[in-house]
Design a protein around this ligand. Structure first.
Ligand code: SAH
Length: 257
């Protein structure tokens, strides 16, 4: 019966292990928020555990029309909270959402873009629990000097404290997944980041796209800045800079504009 629903193009791998579903939902703290946005609810295995607490406000964002009808039929959630949309094109301001957690067993093909979308609206999102491909999860939690350290590590960790919760086997899904998965927890940092977000993103992306090069070479694009060479860290490579140092570097570039 479930077979009807599998769609490769939407990256559909439905979690079938209820203990794992419960565990994922239980990581939400509900500290200072009561609204949860679930990305890609599928057949609703996480949704059903989100609904066990009547105080929760839940919004579901699902791209597959058939699943939208299924969810509307099977879950006692107001119809306007079941949103038929590509999450990457969804803007929380459309429905005046300003303080909510994100949960999801994410479609893996677009998991980096999902993270970037969360970062775009980080001021509204204090917390996130999500399932990723294990290899991506490792990149999210990585730190300087490691091979897996890169754009995702720096940008996510600028705004969130990250925690690797647990690994999930291929067999926990229907159909069986081709890769191992992992659940990650993000908690927004208390300190406010005083550097320009766009510039930080630009700087980190350019730096890691040529990760072997010294920053003074890879960041040459910023060369319109007159006293560029006085900026610290330029003799290092992207993979040698900590998250804090990337923030500092961005501030330095900004100050010289
Ligand atoms: N959470 C469910 C389904 C996971 S599979 C479970 O654990 O069983 C990934 C889900 O994301 C599918 O339901 C798929 O249709 C949905 N999806 C894929 N791309 C999407 C997008 N861009 N926006 C919203 N949902 C998407």
């Amino acid at each position: 019966m479930h077979k009807l629903f599998f769609k490769k193009k939407f990256d559909q791998y439905f979690l079938k292990d209820h203990n794992i579903a419960k565990k994922i939902v239980n990581y939400l703290s509900f500290e200072n928020y009561n609204t949860v946005v679930e990305v890609g609810p599928g057949l609703g295995i996480l949704t059903q555990y989100l609904l066990t607490n009547p105080c929760n406000h839940i919004f579901l964002i699902e791209i597959d029309k058939e699943l939208i009808s299924f969810l509307k039929k099977n879950f006692p959630i107001s119809k306007n909270q079941i949103i038929h949309r590509d999450f990457l094109k969804w803007n929380p301001e459309e429905i005046q959402l300003q303080n909510f957690a994100i949960i999801g067993n994410f479609p893996y093909k677009i998991s980096s873009q999902i993270l970037f979308h969360i970062l775009k609206y980080n001021q509204y999102i204090p917390e996130c629990v999500g399932m990723f491909q294990k290899e991506v999860a490792k990149r999210i939690i990585s730190y300087k000097g490691k091979k897996t350290y890169g754009i995702l590590s720096v940008l996510v960790q600028t705004f969130y404290d990250v925690k690797y919760l647990f690994t999930v086997k291929e067999k926990a899904f229907l159909p069986t997944s081709n890769v191992k998965s992992a659940v990650i927890y993000l908690k927004r940092k208390n300190e406010i980041i005083y550097c320009n977000k766009n510039m930080l993103f630009q700087c980190v992306k350019i730096a890691f796209n040529q990760r072997r090069k010294k920053l003074k070479n890879s960041l040459r694009l910023f060369n319109y800045i007159p006293n560029f060479y006085e900026i610290p860290f330029l003799n290092k490579r992207a993979e040698e800079l900590s998250v804090k140092e990337f923030i500092q570097l961005t501030k330095e570039i900004e100050n010289r504009k």
